[in-house]
Design a protein around this ligand. Sequence first.
Ligand SMILES: [Zn+2]
Ligand SMILES: [Zn+2]
Length: 124
Amino acid sequence: AKDVVVPAEDEFYEGRVLTRLHYTRERNPRIRAKLLQARSSAGLNCEICAISYPSVLANIHDAAFEAHHVVPLAEAGVRVTRLADMALLCACCHRLIHRIIATERRWVTVDEARRIIFAENSAV
Ligand SMILES: [Zn+2]
Ligand SMILES: [Zn+2]
């Protein structure tokens, strides 16, 4: 009989589902719109890298930013999402934090993601 090898992909399965659910919730346009509205008076900027894209045209400026849940849905369960549960991230950092979460196979906070993303710069 052949040895049964558990595919490495199986270890990613839960994390990928979590990420997909997370993204699905984030696509709720009302949450993102409210977050953008709340942050716009102080000026939109990424909570990881602080980029604000000041030179981007005003009518498309918001497209640089995305809403990210700071608490994983698996821990929070069914709940009402409040703006305090959301972080405003640039599209690049948002992609990076989810790649880190998938790679680490655990939840990663915004502060931790910032340290990981800029680790090479700070090590110089
Ligand atoms: Zn950023
Ligand atoms: Zn997210």
